[in-house]
Design a binder for this molecule. Structure first.
Ligand SMILES: [Zn+2]
Length: 129
């Protein structure tokens, strides 16, 4: 009888696989990301060695919606850098919560899509009354 693998077991297996690759110095290659190219060009750089950083030396990734914060080590001087995939946006409230431009743009796009969909349905209903 074939055992059914739960979602938790699948997630654990995937995390173990990613950790093993990180230990071996390979990029995880899991999933896709959206990058602000200005930030990538500016921050993916070791200012001490004057060389580019590489995802081959990625130490950790913290995901915040569509944005990520990476800890990447320079392979020459071993300085650990923090690189963000999207610009941080100051929060409107005083909660101190850090927002990212990519997440705000996505939320705005989703809101505008909902409004446009509602307007479209109203036009269809009025037209075919
Ligand atoms: Zn360096």
């Amino acid at each position: 009888m074939k055992r059914k693998i739960s979602e938790v077991q699948k997630a654990r297996h995937e995390a173990n696989r990613a950790n093993k690759k990180l230990r071996q110095g390979e990029p995880t290659g899991i999933g896709r990301r959206i990058f602000d190219l200005d930030l990538l060009a500016r921050d993916f750089w070791c200012s001490k060695c004057e060389i580019g950083l590489s995802f081959r030396f990625l130490e950790s990734e913290t995901v915040h919606g569509l944005a990520s914060v990476y800890k990447i080590r320079c392979n020459k001087c071993l300085v650990l850098y923090t690189v963000q995939s999207s610009s941080p946006v100051p929060a409107a409230s005083s909660s101190g919560r850090l927002l990212y431009a990519v997440n705000c743009k996505f939320a705005m796009g989703k809101l505008l899509f909902s409004i446009a969909k509602g307007l479209f349905l109203m036009v269809i209903l009025i037209r075919f009354q």
